[in-house]
Design a protein around this ligand. Structure first.
Ligand code: XBP
Ligand code: MG
Length: 253
């Protein structure tokens, strides 16, 4: 079947942004606010079950510091301010070029462009984080490669709700069956699947133990000429790398 659009998740899919990116930025914002909160790698893995930075902070407070009240203002505005600082720190990390794209991402994006397959993004993270990542890894004008960049608070119900994917489909003016989503997590898969979109998973350190029922394939990464991918589950035709050609063949099955 003819694939019309590829819809990418960002965190964990385009790049491994969580452990050494978002986590570090959250911790810096806590330190700066004089809070003795620290998210280590294991705790952060647990907190990733809650998508969205503001929602994650709120969940953490409710479960780990239930009596906490900010010195000034409401809890909501306190979390918003903390999160704005976190975004600043995250953008600083990106600008240092410390977060590269995952294997095969740049290759597949370029191949899609050459084949006339549209590109889109459906993510929970803040819009500036997406544009920052695209610019620091693919160049100043990389945003223009994407017909739709759907991010953050654009929808009120974040992944695993289907809203961000439904919004992306409507902006693309395409049907779910003409698109394929690329995700890294259970929450991401649930979101894309509930919007009716077939989904390919590339796992990472935080998500490799998750269940991905209903994914069209599960791989360790997208693969590249120098670094073949491993098919964990699904059609072996994806090895040594995911291409527009093998995606179109496998989607028909
Ligand atoms: C990603 C997220 C994001 C980031 C932080 O989920 O949950 O919250 O961790 O981004 P997904 P913000 O990959 O499933 O979209 O702090 O900007 O929200
Ligand atoms: Mg993700």
């Amino acid at each position: 079947m003819r694939l019309k659009a590829l819809i990418f998740d960002v965190d964990g899919t385009l790049a491994d942004t969580e452990r050494d990116g978002h986590r570090i930025a959250f911790n810096r914002s806590f330190e700066e606010a004089g809070l003795r909160w620290h998210w280590d790698q294991v705790l952060y893995g647990e907190l990733l079950g809650i998508t969205g930075g503001k929602e994650r902070i709120n969940h953490y407070i409710r479960h780990y510091h239930p009596g906490f009240t900010p010195r000034q203002g409401t809890l909501k505005s306190f979390i918003e301010q903390l999160h704005q600082k976190k975004t600043q720190y995250y953008l600083e990390l990106l600008s240092k070029g410390e977060i590269p794209l995952r294997t095969g991402v740049s290759r597949l994006l370029r191949e899609a462009r050459d084949s006339g397959v549209q590109l889109a993004i459906a993510t929970t993270t803040t819009l500036e984080n997406v544009t920052g990542l695209l610019q620091t890894t693919l160049g100043k004008r990389a945003e223009e490669w994407f017909k739709v960049i759907a991010a953050g608070d654009l929808v009120s119900a974040k992944k695993p709700a289907p809203d961000i994917y439904l919004y992306t489909l409507s902006e693309l003016a395409l049907k779910a069956e003409d698109c394929l989503a690329i995700e890294d997590s259970k929450n991401g898969l649930a979101s894309a699947k509930s919007a009716g979109i077939q989904t390919l998973i590339t796992v990472n350190g935080y998500t490799c133990g998750q269940e991905f029922d209903g994914a069209c394939a599960i791989l360790d990464h997208l693969g590249d000429t120098q670094e073949p991918c491993r098919v964990i589950k699904g059609n072996v035709a994806f090895s040594p790398m995911v291409t527009i050609n093998n995606l179109e063949k496998c989607m028909g099955n």
